[in-house]
Design a protein around this ligand. Structure first.
Ligand code: TYM
Length: 402
C-alpha cells in the first residue's frame, strides 16, 4: 500500500507547505523540490527517461522536459514500457475554475499536455472542477459553471485536437459510471486518512470531504464509458504541478483495492510569483501573476515593478559582481518560456557576469511574454461557443489513437 511519508498536518509545523490550496517555502526561501520528492515519495524524472521519450516519439523533448520544469513522476517508466510494446494510454488533467482568466502558471500543464497528446497520439480528458471551486471559493453554482466555460476557452486556445479531447464540467458530467466509481473510492478512504492527506479539520464543511473522489475517478477509464468501452485496463497518465499530488496519492492508494491500475503522474515545479520563488504564481494575488488577459502595457509594468531581480544595487557593483541568477525571477521566467537554448545560455552568462543589466533582461522577458500572451489572445478570440460545445459533448472519439 502506498502511504504518505508524512501527512499534511505534520507538514504545517515543519518547513514548507505544498498542497492543492497552499504553496509556501520555509522562511521566505525557495521551495525545496528534492525534499518534496522525498516527502511525497515520488521519483525524480532523470535524463534516461527523457532520452526514452525522445526515442519513442522521434521528436525533440519539450522544453519543459529538457529544462527540468517537469521534474518528478510516478510510474511514468511503466507507461513508456507499455507504449514501447504497442499499448497506448490516455491523458488526464484539469482546472479548478476560480478566476475569469488563467495566469501563465496555469498554462504550463496545458502546454505540456498538448505536446504529450501530439507526441504520443493519445486521447485526453480535461476535468473542470466547478464543484470544487464553488465549495472552496464560496462561488455560486451558476458563477462556477460560467467560469468553467470561460476557462474552457483558454484551454481550447492552447491548441488541443477536438477529435482526441473530451472536456467536462463536474456539474454537468458527474453521474452514471463516473459516480459509481466515486462511491467505490469513497468507501475505501476513512475520515482519518482524508484528514491526514488533505489537512481537513472538524471546522471544514462536509462538501470539502466529499470532493477528493471527484478528482480521483477520471484516473479510471471505466468512468468514461462513451470513450473507453471495454478498455478497463487502459493506463492513465496525469500531467500536473506537484501541488495536486495529494489527490493522486489517495487515488493510487485505493486503485488496487478496486481492481484498477494506478494512474501514473508527471509533475512540474511551480512557475513562481513575480515576487520570488518562495511561492507559486497564484490567482488569489493579482500582483503575483501575469494573466493571459494582460495587455502589453500591463505585462511591461508588472515585470518592471514586481519581478524580483538578482541584479546588484548599483551599475558599478553589478558590473563587478554580476547578478545572482539563483534568485532572479526574469531569468527564471525566461528559462520556462524562451525556447532558444543558446540565447538563454548567453543571457545567463552575460547577466551572471555583470555585462548585461537587469533592465535589458527584463526588456527581453517582456518581449517574450508579450508575444506569447498576444498569440494566446488571438487563438482564444477564435474559440466560439460552438467549439466549446463540441469539446464538451459526451461522444465517442473514433480517431483517438491515430
Ligand atoms: P488549478 O486550477 O489550481 O490549476 C490548474 C493546473 O495548473 C497547475 N498550476 C501550476 N503549474 C505551474 N505553476 C503554477 N504556478 C501553477 N498553478 C497551478 C496545477 O497543478 C494544475 O495542474 N483541482 C485542480 C483541477 C484538477 C486537476 C485534475 C489538475 C482536476 N483534476 C487533474 C491536474 C490534474 C485545480 O484546482 O487546479
Amino acid at each position: 500500500m502506498e502511504v504518505d511519508k508524512k501527512d499534511e498536518r505534520e507538514s504545517e509545523s515543519s518547513e514548507q507547505v505544498v498542497n492543492p490550496w497552499e504553496v509556501s517555502a520555509k522562511d521566505g526561501g525557495k521551495i525545496d523540490y528534492d525534499k518534496l520528492i522525498d516527502k511525497f515519495g515520488c521519483q525524480r524524472l532523470d535524463e534516461s527517461l527523457i532520452d526514452r521519450v525522445q526515442r519513442l516519439t522521434s521528436r525533440q523533448p519539450h522544453v519543459f522536459l529538457r529544462r527540468g520544469v517537469f521534474f518528478a513522476h510516478r510510474d511514468f517508466n511503466e507507461i513508456l514500457d507499455a507504449y514501447e510494446k504497442g499499448d497506448k494510454f490516455y491523458l488526464y488533467t484539469g482546472r479548478g475554475p476560480s478566476s475569469e482568466a488563467l495566469h501563465l502558471g496555469h498554462l504550463i500543464p496545458f502546454m505540456f499536455t498538448k505536446y504529450l497528446q501530439e507526441a504520443f497520439k493519445v486521447p485526453l480528458v480535461i476535468q473542470l472542477t466547478d464543484d470544487e471551486k464553488c465549495m472552496w471559493k464560496n462561488l455560486s453554482v451558476e458563477e462556477s459553471q460560467r467560469l468553467a466555460r470561460e476557462n474552457a476557452k483558454d484551454i481550447i486556445a492552447c491548441g488541443f485536437d477536438v477529435t482526441k479531447t473530451f472536456i467536462f464540467s463536474d456539474f454537468d458530467y458527474v453521474g452514471g459510471a463516473f459516480y459509481k466509481n466515486m462511491v467505490k473510492v469513497s468507501k475505501c478512504v476513512t475520515l482519518n486518512k482524508a484528514m491526514g492527506i488533505f489537512g481537513f479539520s472538524g471546522e471544514d464543511h462536509i462538501g470539502k470531504l466529499s470532493f477528493p473522489p471527484v478528482q480521483a475517478v477520471p484516473s479510471f477509464p471505466s468512468s468514461f464509458p462513451h470513450l473507453f468501452p471495454g478498455k478497463d485496463n487502459l493506463r492513465c497518465l496525469i500531467p500536473c504541478a506537484i501541488d495536486q499530488d495529494p489527490y493522486f496519492r489517495m487515488t493510487r492508494d485505493v486503485a488496487p483495492r478496486l481492481g484498477y491500475s494506478k494512474p501514473a503522474l508527471i509533475e512540474s515545479s511551480f512557475f513562481p510569483a513575480l515576487q520570488g520563488e518562495n511561492g507559486k504564481m497564484s490567482a488569489s494575488d493579482p500582483n503575483s501573476a501575469i494573466y493571459v488577459t494582460d495587455t502589453a502595457k500591463d505585462i511591461k509594468n508588472k515585470i518592471n515593478r514586481y519581478a524580483f531581480s538578482g541584479g546588484q544595487d548599483s551599475v558599478e557593483k553589478h558590473r563587478e559582481l554580476g547578478a545572482n541568477l539563483e534568485v532572479d525571477i526574469p531569468v527564471k521566467y525566461l528559462s520556462f518560456f524562451l525556447e532558444d537554448d543558446s540565447e538563454l545560455e548567453h543571457i545567463k552568462k552575460e547577466y551572471g557576469e555583470g555585462r548585461m543589466l537587469t533592465g535589458e533582461v527584463k526588456k527581453r522577458l517582456t518581449e517574450v511574454l508579450t508575444e506569447m500572451v498576444e498569440r494566446h489572445r488571438r487563438s482564444r478570440a477564435a474559440v466560439t461557443d460552438e467549439m466549446v460545445d463540441a469539446f464538451m459533448a459526451v461522444r465517442p472519439l473514433p480517431s483517438m489513437f491515430e
